[in-house]
Design a protein around this ligand. Structure first.
Ligand SMILES: Cc1cc2nc3c(=O)[nH]c(=O)nc-3n(C[C@H](O)[C@H](O)[C@H](O)COP(=O)(O)OP(=O)(O)OC[C@H]3O[C@@H](n4cnc5c(N)ncnc54)[C@H](O)[C@@H]3O)c2cc1C
Length: 298
């Protein structure tokens, strides 16, 4: 599914279809920053925090990276003015990691400083395996000045336990996810049982050696494992987060928040929704059926 999705002809077909709109609306808060802020106000009313994400990745020119950073600065200002409870999440390839690591670091440093001044924090998404080493370098580099930054780590990657062990000294602040990209077998586990086992192992690691872990999943068994492990390790409900995606298991998000857990919902907005949407569809056959029905009804 992810392989087909990367074909330009497929992207053209899907993005030009007006009918894709209903599918996009389910997973994306809207095109404009205001749409995302409205969605977060709504979530906050249900005791769920936001993770604001301006869609976009794989930027290939300095102007594009600078524009993305500027858009994030505008978003951070809006967060401050509106007083909503949200973090912001960035992809480092959106800030130019693929072609100018130095400039990417400068952009991220600025966003982190402005976010702190605005009373919010920045989270760093983890992308394809080719970018993992550079992303971790950037996180480690900025950690001394910005320990509040959170980094996503992918349980499907074979290397992740070693990466975490190497960062144990700084007690990393991690968002643990299964991983959403098409990766070769020698790089990432593919069997669900293997990914889940590594996710549970890394959850335990983070509760013992991380800072304020965020367990980002919709998987009931893994969330149960996290809440049970937290209780067994005397980790309070305020000392970790549960994170989920906009449009996915919203009732569970609200129910966990009502039980006193700190829950955040990842709220994407913007026009560059195609890669994000295809990852959500690839995750779940039911989403593919929903999507194909929308295309056929055209
Ligand atoms: C807050 C957050 C941030 C993320 N950040 C990153 C990141 O930086 N890098 C990265 O590679 N990945 C990221 N992901 C995506 C992640 O890697 C997984 O691809 C995604 O969360 C699905 O895995 P799962 O843990 O929910 O388990 P799954 O086994 O995929 O799903 C468990 C159950 O959850 C429900 N479910 C899951 N996904 C969907 C969906 N799309 N639509 C409807 N129901 C669904 C279904 O009931 C399913 O049976 C993030 C996920 C979250 C929640």
């Amino acid at each position: 599914m992810l392989w087909i999705a990367e074909k330009p002809a497929m992207e053209k077909l899907v993005t030009r279809s007006r009918l894709t709109r209903s599918v996009v609306d389910r997973f994306v808060a809207g095109y404009a920053l205001d749409d995302a802020i409205d969605a977060i106000v709504d979530l906050n009313g249900k005791k769920v925090g936001g993770i604001l994400d301006l869609l976009g990745e794989g930027v290939s020119d300095p102007e594009g990276a600078a524009a993305a950073a500027d858009d994030y600065l505008v978003a951070i200002k809006r967060i401050q003015e509106s007083g909503v409870d949200t973090t912001v999440s960035v992809k480092l390839t959106q800030l130019g990691l693929a072609f100018d690591k130095g400039a990417c670091i400068d952009h991220l440093r600025r966003l982190a400083a402005e976010a702190t001044a605005a009373g919010t924090t920045v989270e760093i998404d983890m992308e394809q395996s080719d970018y993992v080493s550079d992303t971790l370098d950037v996180y480690r580099l900025l950690h001394a000045d910005h320990p509040e930054l959170r980094i996503a780590m992918q349980a499907y990657l074979r290397r992740t336990p070693i990466d975490l062990e190497m960062m144990a000294g700084i007690k990393p602040k991690v968002r643990l996810v299964k991983g959403a990209y098409a990766e070769p077998e020698n790089v990432a586990f593919r069997k669900r049982a293997e990914i889940d086992a590594q996710f549970a192992f890394l959850t335990d690691w983070l509760f013992r050696r991380g800072t304020m872990p965020a367990i980002a999943s919709h998987d009931g068994e893994l969330l149960d494992h996290a809440t049970t492990t937290a209780a067994q390790n005397n980790v309070g409900k305020d000392d970790f987060e549960i994170q989920m995606l906009y449009g996915v298991r919203s009732e569970l998000q609200e129910s966990l928040a009502a039980q006193g857990y700190k829950v955040r919902c990842y709220v994407p907005y913007g026009s560059a929704w195609y890669p994000y949407l295809t990852r959500r569809i690839a995750e779940r056959p039911a989403n593919l059926r929903f999507f194909l029905r929308a295309l056929i009804r055209r």
